[in-house]
Design a protein around this ligand. Structure first.
Ligand SMILES: Cc1cc2nc3c(=O)[nH]c(=O)nc-3n(C[C@H](O)[C@H](O)[C@H](O)COP(=O)(O)O)c2cc1C
Ligand SMILES: [Fe+2]
Ligand SMILES: [Fe+2]
Length: 392
């Protein structure tokens, strides 16, 4: 339990047990499920936590209030990492009324078979807690259709649920001024690209809507509370949702026998000569979660892809598929890779990315077997050219 303001406490939990968030994305530094308690004359709990941590969650609540004093449970989002402890909380606080959006009411029925004691709220509707007030803004498809955010008018806190959230548990502090915020900043980019990215259109709409609010603090449902510099994370979201990237190159490669790998260091050298940041990742050894993040973050990507069964090396195929699924558009891209007979991996990859309006920089450096000196020099030149383009 941690106090945020006089009437607002943090009652969330850390998860270091789950290896893959949503069964998919690695969380080596854990994740937090943030829940908050807001106390006026009446008391509201904002979101719950994943069921695995319900005992700790109920303990946290008891440190702040007794269960019979809980008047409302606000459900911003029904994904079970936030709604999972609802039934257990209602066992302790059966009088509590659920506050949620219209679509969330249906989902509360689907997931928990709860149909009563629910107040449905719409855009801009208010809940008077006596001495303070919560306002609800619908935020659909950031990243489920029932999502909303909750705004506390007294302390000007935005309880934003998944929006502005990040991976990485809260072990040393809950505020941006208590931890190294850069670490959470990076994990916010990864979280965004993994979870939210598909719905950037809706994120942009939501950002427009929230731009009219005075926001002193952003209190998301994962990661730190931004109280010192909420603008930093708001600006990041504006850029990410516009698919605006930074000057920099992600070099992502795969190799079965080392021929493609041999070229990587020349590519990296070329990028470095241009003086822009370079991140190097391997298709087979780094999770797609990180490949997606770096591709979202950087203006350019250079892909090293050997030919495999008449197409791109499998790891690269998964990557290409993911770019399409997440609809990552308008990056600059270059290619290199080894083949032995048919080749064509690079052409196929380039065609797929052109469909996403990626700018393919020629030449596609496909070579037979091991790279010649000439190919190595061409690779370095290509990389430098691409890196310089990201500065423009
Ligand atoms: C399982 C497997 C499938 C392959 N399929 C093709 C192919 O369809 N067309 C081709 O030109 N080369 C194919 N190759 C040859 C590789 O592209 C070639 O060995 C290349 O040099 C591998 O690059 P690397 O050393 O970076 O792994 C295949 C190699 C392996 C091991
Ligand atoms: Fe979610
Ligand atoms: Fe979540």
């Amino acid at each position: 339990m941690k106090r945020i303001t006089e009437g607002v406490c943090y009652i969330g939990v850390n998860d270091y047990e789950t290896e893959l968030f949503e069964g998919l994305w690695p969380i080596p530094e854990g994740v937090s499920y943030n829940s908050y308690i807001v106390q006026g004359e009446k008391t509201a709990i904002i979101d719950t936590v994943k069921i695995l941590f319900v005992d700790e969650f109920l303990n946290n609540i008891e440190k702040v209030t007794s269960f019979d004093k809980i008047d409302y449970i606000v459900l911003n989002h029904l994904e079970p990492d936030h709604s999972g402890s609802l039934l257990r909380l209602l066992e302790k606080a059966p009088q509590a009324v659920i506050i949620c959006s219209k679509k969330a009411k249906d989902m509360t029925d689907y997931l928990y078979k709860i149909t009563e004691n629910i107040i449905v709220v719409g855009e801009g509707e208010k809940l008077d807690l006596g001495g303070r007030e919560l306002v609800f803004y619908m935020d659909p498809l950031v990243h489920w259709p029932e999502t909303m955010v909750t705004y506390d008018t007294k302390d000007q806190i935005l309880f934003s649920c998944d929006a502005f959230g990040s991976y990485k548990a809260l072990d040393v502090g809950i505020f941006d001024d208590e931890v190294n915020p850069d670490e959470y900043f990076e994990e916010t980019i990864r979280y965004f690209s993994n979870i939210v990215a598909k719905y950037v259109k809706y994120v942009q709409k939501a950002m427009d809507k929230l731009s009219g609010l005075e926001i002193k603090m952003i209190a998301p449902a994962h990661g730190i509370v931004w109280r010192k510099n909420p603008k930093r994370i708001i600006d990041l979201y504006i850029d990410l949702s516009a698919r605006k990237a930074q000057p920099g190159v992600a070099v992502i490669w795969g190799s079965m026998y080392g021929n493609t790998k041999q070229v990587v260091e020349y590519v990296v050298e070329g990028v470095k000569e241009a003086g822009v940041p370079v991140t190097v990742l391997e298709f087979s050894r780094h999770h797609l979660s990180y490949l997606l993040k770096e591709s979202w973050k950087n203006k350019a990507v250079i892909l090293g892809i050997p030919t495999y069964d008449g197409g791109p090396f499998l790891g690269a195929s998964y990557y290409l598929h993911l770019m399409k699924r997440k609809n990552l558009r308008e990056r600059i891209v270059g290619f290199f890779g080894s083949s032995m007979w048919s080749g064509r991996a690079l052409h196929q990859a380039a065609e797929q990315l052109k469909e996403l309006d990626w700018e393919v920089i020629e030449p596609l450096l496909e070579f037979r077997g091991s790279a010649t000196k000439e190919v190595l020099m061409q690779a370095k030149e290509l990389a430098k050219k691409i890196a310089l383009m990201t500065k423009e």
